[in-house]
Ligand binder design. Structure first.
Ligand code: ATP
Ligand code: MG
Length: 364
């Protein structure tokens, strides 16, 4: 007789599957170094505002690093998905252009990488229909990230677009058969839905071959950077420090960040999340460990910690900010990058949709 061990209760960290994703990310990092050509990345953001430090250390830095290692990169500006949690997409054109500027400023190279908008690629969106048939309502109901996004939504009722958000994201990722998705921790449950969709499509329609890869999440060292109020830094929550913010604005925002009353500064993410997130931010900017930064500050208290964070962030972002300002002077160039990216994405999406229709016997 075998004994079954009761599974350990998942830690708070594990509700989203973060520990497993961290372990898997370490394996992926080794494989990427061995053969970057094996990987294709799809990743992106909603055009709801300027990108911030949470984006940068959660995913943007990885996008550029992997692009420079030779991994093919697709960046989606997810304009339809703005409407998951609000009635109207305010200042959409402006926000779309801001996202492209942010990517150019951090080093995304449009010669090698494709930046495109959701709404310009019809074949991508058409994949949503067969994909919706592959998941149950109960599965969508369970998604913890959708629950969190609903909790922060500006709408009083949950729209169908919010409810099906992860399936739409499966279409975003699978249209170009990406196998690697550098994301923050909040995206892990969404990525699980993509993996499920890919697996079920292959089982149901693949006739023994895999039409779609089952993509992996790639987590960074900062999969959940906190904002100035101590919750996930988020463009829509008024708690973020934008990459494009000025040095003085950055100082003011960090000065107002939530900390705790203990004078001695130590890195303890579980016990002191706000202080630890600030330490991690300074450490990432300085290329050191958060423990080292904490040792420097010792008992000098939160004000000294904030001064260090402000200096580190402003120094780190200075070249990114000046490149961004240069690109911002050439709006025609920004629009051209998008137009060319849209064209490339359309060709890829058309080819994938043709394959999907063949697999589903709907070629007439
Ligand atoms: P919104 O509030 O409009 O949803 P957001 O700030 O949550 O905006 P998204 O466009 O939803 O940003 O997320 C884009 C990418 O950035 C995702 O991969 C997400 O995981 C990552 N990301 C966003 N915020 C953080 C954060 N605070 N820490 C780490 N990664 C983050
Ligand atoms: Mg979000």
């Amino acid at each position: 007789m075998t004994t079954t061990l009761a599974p350990a209760a998942p830690s708070a960290d594990d509700v989203l599957g973060t520990s497993a994703a961290r372990t898997r990310s370490a394996v992926l990092e080794r494989q990427i170094l061995e053969d970057p050509g094996r990987f294709r990345i799809l990743t992106g953001d909603r055009p709801t505002g300027r990108l911030h430090l949470g984006h940068y250390f959660g995913t943007l830095h990885n996008r550029v690093r992997l692009q420079d290692l030779g991994v093919e990169l697709f960046v989606i500006v997810a304009d339809y998905q703005v409407l998951t949690d609000r009635d109207v997409a305010d200042r959409l054109t402006e926000h779309v252009e801001e996202l492209v500027l942010d990517h150019l400023a951090i080093g995304v190279d449009p010669e090698r990488s494709t930046v495109f908008t959701h709404s310009a690629v019809p074949a991508l969106n058409q994949l949503l229909l067969p994909f919706l048939s592959l998941v149950s309502v109960a599965e969508l109901n369970r998604n913890p990230t959708v629950k969190d996004e609903i909790a922060h939504s500006r709408q009083s009722a949950v729209s169908g677009l919010m409810f099906t958000y992860p399936v739409h994201q499966a279409a975003d990722i699978l249209f170009c058969k990406a196998n690697l998705v550098p994301v923050g921790q909040d995206q892990l449950p969404h990525l699980e839905v993509t993996r499920t969709v890919a697996r079920r499509f292959n089982d149901r329609y693949g006739s023994g071959t895999a039409v779609f890869p089952e993509p992996d999440a790639l987590l960074s060292e900062a999969p959940l950077l906190l904002g100035t109020d101590g919750t996930k830094m988020s463009k829509s929550r008024g708690n973020s420090i934008a990459l494009a913010a000025g040095a003085d604005e950055t100082a003011r925002l960090i000065k107002g960040a939530k900390t705790d009353s203990e004078r001695h500064i130590a890195y303890d993410p579980a016990g002191r999340p706000e202080v630890s997130s600030l330490l991690l931010l300074a450490a990432l900017c300085q290329g050191r460990t958060p423990e080292e930064v904490a040792d420097d500050i010792g008992s000098a208290g939160a004000a000294a910690l904030k001064r260090t964070v402000t200096e580190s962030v402003n120094e780190y972002l200075a070249p990114i900010r000046s490149r961004r300002a240069e690109y911002a002077r050439d709006r025609a160039y920004v629009l051209r990058i998008l137009r060319e990216g849209n064209e490339r994405a359309r060709a890829v999406a058309d080819a994938t949709l043709a394959e999907v229709r063949a697999a589903m016997n709907s070629r007439y």
